[in-house]
Design a protein around this ligand. Sequence first.
Ligand code: AMP
Length: 400
Amino acid sequence: MKILVINAGSSSMKYQLIDMTDESTLAKGNCERIGIDGHFKHTTSDGRKYEADVTMDNHTQAFMQIKNALVDEKVGVIKDLSEVSAIGHRVVQGGSIFKKSCLVTEDVIEKIEGLSPLAPLHNPAHVQGIRACIDVFGKDVPEVVVFDTSFHSTMPETAYMYAVPYEYYEKYAVRRYGFHGTSHRYVSARCAELMGKDIKDLKIITCHLGNGSSITAIDGGKVVDTSMGLTPLDGIMMGTRTGCLDPSVVTFIAEKEGFTPAEMDTLLNKKSGFLGISGVSSDDRDVCAAAESGNKRAQLAIDMLEYHILKYIGSYAAVLGGVDAIVFTAGIGENQSSHRENVCHKLAYLGVEINDEVNAGMIRGAEGKISTENSKVDVFVIPTNEEIVIARDTMAIVNA
Ligand code: AMP
């Protein structure tokens, strides 16, 4: 069975065609700048490439590019579109409605659209992607939606409620939802596999550290708390996002500077985090390079990030009542061994001991254990694979 995995944003659409017989990726690519000037990239697993500026006025036109590339004589990987058995879509916000992945129906599309106030940048784009997909592939190809929030739906009320008047939960569904759920789900399951244990017997803390970052506490395979909240702004400091702060900081700056809510939103989401503190870049690699050449604010940004990670791991160890394994994943988690080293050394009180040499070599897609045999907590680096989770869910639902 071949499954097309789609991640539709407002001006981009990433895709991967996966052969489920061995879970290999046959081709992947991205339609960029949809509705602007348009750029299309396509790569096959055997190294064939196609890249061009192509006008894509909307998501349907973007889907036409994907469709043509998949069956193209030179860069195609299938003979006929009928080889695509099903399509799986990533959806950021499933609210309290979608606790699991499900088949796309008109009712499901309307509900995803209805959750747009909770994810104004993402859900409308996903709906455009799903509708465009139906336009191009027709109604006979089953489509499945997989939500970033679903894995977190096991959180208890005590963890997901905010201490604001209860009426705002009732009126507007204001609560913690959490994000990156598909990634946390993949790496925690893989961690249990690598440990040779049943996930039901494990307490795991997963650290998804990328441009956006979140940390999750998982007990027996179920999320008990996660650092992102109503939106992906909460938690640890990120590339351009603040992470958690005293809410009064928001009203204080807004009053002093005369900022509107929308301007504050931009400041907190796009001008803060690594970029705001270092003044150099939102990218961890640039900030690390600047710190090495003596930039004090860049060093401060790094120290703050590591401190935030340390605080969350400590608080989640308390929430879980102990921890069996810690996992690092995503761009920073998979590649920046210095952050892992600095954080893990400070976790000695939990019995964490890592092998610094093994840790330094665990980069660029490598998967493995970086803790020593003496360590009371197993520490892993596990490259995330959200696409495979989407493809697996899609296949399971379609087969059922
Ligand atoms: P992500 O959002 O998961 O793509 O992660 C992006 C972040 O990972 C950026 O801050 C990058 O600086 C950081 N990063 C560090 N090393 C690498 C690397 N070798 N490849 C990709 N991203 C990296």
